[in-house]
Write a protein that binds this ligand. Sequence first.
Ligand code: TRP
Ligand code: SF4
Length: 437
Amino acid sequence: MKIDPWSSTTYQDYARLRDEFGIEEFTEDLWKDLPHPHKLLRRGVVFGHRDFQRVYDAVKQKKKWAILTGLMPSGRMHLGHKMVIDEVIYYQSIGADIFIAVADIEAFATRGYSLKETKELALTEYIPNYIALGLKPERCHIYFQSTNQDVKDLAYILGKKVNWSQMVATYGFTGTTNMTHIFSPLVQTGDILHVQLKKFGGVRPTLVPVGVDQDPHMRLSRDIAQAHRFYNVTVTKDDKIGVFVKVDEGVKELLGQAEKIIRSLGFNKLKRITDYKAIYIEDARKEDIEGIDQQLAKTEPALGGYGFLQPSATFHRFITGLTGEKMSSSKPETAIFLTDNPVDAIKKIMHAKTGGAVSLEVQKKEGGKPDECVVYELFLYHLTENDNDLAEIYRSCKTGERMCGHCKKEAAHCMEKFLTDLAEKRKRAASKIKDYL
Ligand code: TRP
Ligand code: SF4
């Protein structure tokens, strides 16, 4: 199986995806002790991650870290698009530097939009909504791929470590795929890694919150980051901690620099073997690897490298469309758009596919199926902040105390309030856009 970031499938079996692609489960210990954990983290909507621990540690130790995500400016912004930005706003509130790429090159290459159209969409749809939803301008940068020279330069330069066979194996490109499309994953790698350049805040943990369809890009970016490192810190066969120089030039200098850093971290039992391009640290343990590696990474730019830490990622589930199929901008009946007139949104909710039984009597007797209900999903993802309230909706649905008609009205009412309030905030957003670009 292949995850295709440009296809229209939704993935249902998230546990299987995790196992097949080596995504880790996003377990409670990763969010429980974060400041006011966000509902998408608490409720299992964010179901998987790669290397989130690195970000978690940065939060806990009050070190600098960054968020980078991208938006594909194609079609109007709907509730599915809202999830990423909800997460971003949360991470901003707990101290992350925020970077948001408008993927205009990708939309141009893969969806047939012109750069002008995508710019228009970003400026009139996505960015005003982001601001209305609560994104703050401080330490927040929104940019367009097509005009960010640093990102494009990185895409070119870093592509050296990837070959055509890898791209075909990862993305299934063929002889008819256009070259801009073929290049777009490298532009995304440029997006993800550029935040660790000195100019943008330097080497630091970076989290990329995305839908699971983006995992191929994450694997590519992580491989490329790793491939550009000068040092590798690892456990050796005989259970020692070893620091290895991966390049062939300047080995002595690199080993010397590493030794200085390792000693400054308090380790003293070092064995340096220049022929192996290695330093073994006899008084270090597995738990020390991460700290040593990060310290070494930070020196690499001064030695002529990049020192990219592998970017971390979280993956969220997709929200189901109101009709039960995928929520999609191209099928307005499946989606609630953030600019929907509340009257239209209410209509769509009243027609939504629920987990209700065939008749009222049966539902009273046997209960509904919230796990198969898109109205319940609306409460879970968007409409209910309080976990107890959500649990009560779930419970009363299951026991047959709650009927779909009433339940939909409740959802519709919450949605109406949300959309009206957002429209009001959006009016004030237009004049603020320049503070973010
Ligand atoms: N490929 C992403 C999408 O289809 C958009 C994107 C571009 C992105 N650059 C990114 C996402 C960097 C995360 C990080 O939606
Ligand atoms: Fe869904 Fe509500 Fe009906 Fe339960 S009662 S199936 S949650 S609409």
